[in-house]
Design a protein around this ligand. Structure first.
Ligand code: FA5
Length: 330
């Protein structure tokens, strides 16, 4: 075979080598000890000295060309082999979206929505009031005058506005009772869920910012029995039949008589959920409602504590840690 053909064959084979291993085989096949170009050297001996020199030179050039082409090809193949390896080992560190992850309402929002549904189902409408209140709505109209010791029990967070201790973050949802009675004539059947604030230190059962739901009924011939019946039907609707309720005598200036109500816990104990009672006639009168003609009952309880019970949490603070992995379970 003449040298030009052999050279062409060699450079074609080098260019066609698909990977480093095949390239090594091709190289050996042409330039190795037993390679076809190397074999040409043996033929030189049979030539005339002048012709041998020229042919030797041509053969060396050809072998150098093949070696050079092979080196270039090796560089190309090595680069793409590395790129391929990197692509294979690439780690995708962006979060995987295996399934479409929808957001969902916070536990307290879920509990609040469900509470509203239950009460709306019982014939109540939903009322609202502001989170920043005046002393009149938060205390005075509720039969808690300035000198009254009950003011102290509310651990109020005051706002520095106007006269000292006259503007505050509402310490309960009871001011919505007053706002409703000022604007609405009886019969009244409302619930008012919302945020409330106290200087309480956070612990397993307390938060400084928590949620209450207030209930107010004003109608004719209302008695304590109506109150007890309403609380019981609500607890059964919300938790199911196995949770029991009990009322304990208590004191609130805005109700008379007053009670605290507890619900039974799975471990056989009781959890205080809220206060309630028959609306104090003074409160009705403060809102321009004749206590001779109308009576009422009211209740107010903690939504966060209710969520703790319903979702079997160990600690109320889990509600505000905002750990999405925790919240996603519900
Ligand atoms: C009241 O706030 C009265 N306004 C309830 C009321 C309304 C009585 C209508 C009569 C008629 P009390 O301070 O007990 O009462 O709070 C009621 C409920 O709010 C508690 O039982 C508890 O469930 C919840 N609560 C009170 N403080 C906190 C707190 N720091 N963290 C979480 N929940 C709380």
């Amino acid at each position: 075979m003449d040298l030009d053909t052999l050279l062409q064959e060699a450079t074609d084979a080098v260019a066609a080598a698909p990977d480093l291993e095949s390239l090594a085989v091709v190289e050996r096949g042409f330039l190795g000890k037993k390679g076809s170009l190397t074999a040409q050297k043996k033929l030189l001996g049979s030539l005339e000295p002048d012709a041998r020199k020229a042919a030797g030179q041509a053969l060396n050039d050809a072998m150098a060309t093949v070696a050079q082409t092979a080196t270039e090809r090796r560089t190309t193949l090595a680069a793409s082999a590395e790129a391929e390896q990197l692509a294979g080992e690439r780690l995708d560190l962006t979060e995987t979206m295996d399934e479409l992850q929808r957001g969902r309402a916070h536990l307290v929002t879920q509990a609040r929505d469900r509470l509203e549904d239950v009460f709306v189902g019982m014939g109540f409408t939903v009322a609202e009031g502001p989170e920043v209140e005046s002393a009149w709505y938060n205390f005075e109209a509720l039969n808690i005058p300035e000198w009254h010791p009950a003011r102290g029990s509310f651990d109020t967070i005051f706002v520095e506005l106007g006269e000292p201790e006259q503007v505050m973050l509402r310490s309960h949802t009871s001011p919505v009772q007053i706002r409703t009675m000022e604007n609405q004539k009886p019969p009244i059947y409302i619930v008012a869920p919302g945020r409330t604030f106290r200087t309480d230190t956070a612990d397993a059962t307390h938060l400084p910012a928590f949620n209450q739901i207030e209930g107010l009924v004003v109608d004719r011939n209302i008695s304590l029995g109506d109150l007890a019946g309403t609380i019981e039907s609500f607890v059964h609707a919300f938790f199911g039949g196995e949770v029991e309720t009990r009322l304990r005598p208590s004191y609130f200036p805005f109700t008379e008589p007053s009670a605290e109500f507890d619900i039974s816990t799975p471990d056989g104990g009781w959890l205080e959920l809220g206060g309630c009672g028959v609306v104090n006639p003074n409160v009705l009168a403060n809102c321009g409602i004749d206590p001779e003609e109308w009576q009422g009952f009211a209740f107010g309880f903690g939504i966060d504590r209710l969520a703790v019970m319903r979702y079997q949490l160990d600690d109320i603070r889990e509600l505000v840690n905002n750990d999405v992995r925790f919240l996603r379970q519900f």
